[in-house]
Design a protein around this ligand. Sequence first.
Ligand SMILES: [Zn+2]
Length: 247
Amino acid sequence: MVGHGMDGAETMSPSPAEVIPVPERALAIGAHPDDIEFGAGGTLAGWAQAGCLVTMVIVTDGSKGSWDPEADPAELAEVRAREQQAAAKQLGVSEVLFLGHADGVFENTLEVRSDIARLIRTHRPDVMFSHDPWARYEIHPDHRATGWAVVDGAVAARDHLFFPEHGLEPHRPDSLLLWRPDEADYWEDISATIDEKIAALLAHESQHHTTMLDGGSAFEDQVRGWAAEQGRAAGLDAAEAFKRLHL
Ligand SMILES: [Zn+2]
């Protein structure tokens, strides 16, 4: 809540009362290795430092994440799983789960919805994170399908008549934060953790030559630029923007 006036159209910053207190448990679900870091790495680093137990779930194996025609998909999946563990370490996140679906062809089936609901009932997060399935012009099918699977799974996890075969108590997280949102209405200040976010992104070495501008200072500048851009609407120097859904 720094640097914003009280009189202009730019006063969309959440008041302190609306900022989510650091939760006990958070669950972040991304389609591919590195998606969570791009979307919420700064927020999760800050929460982990403050004692939040963060669990990351990677839905696909990332086996199509290469522009090298010689790349072996099975080998790439192994490399990317190792990189994800290294990225989690940079953020102070201790637990990473891999669902192992094939990259690029993931679909939100009823079985998947049940799996997500089971994860929620098992880990019992206060806050969840994922892709915004309503985001306009999101071209990656895995991002859309993962977003829907998480929204649908969260609805199922709340009520005991969904998937009673789990044999688990229902669970209702307080909030679901959707990164790269169609309409942002919640911001987390990441000024203090943007270095950890960048370090976590760079841990995905196999992606330096695809989506990370060769992993050099231009990429670091790009990430800082995105954080500044996302923070602008909330009067923050560096932020991650989300759509907040109350479950
Ligand atoms: Zn992705």
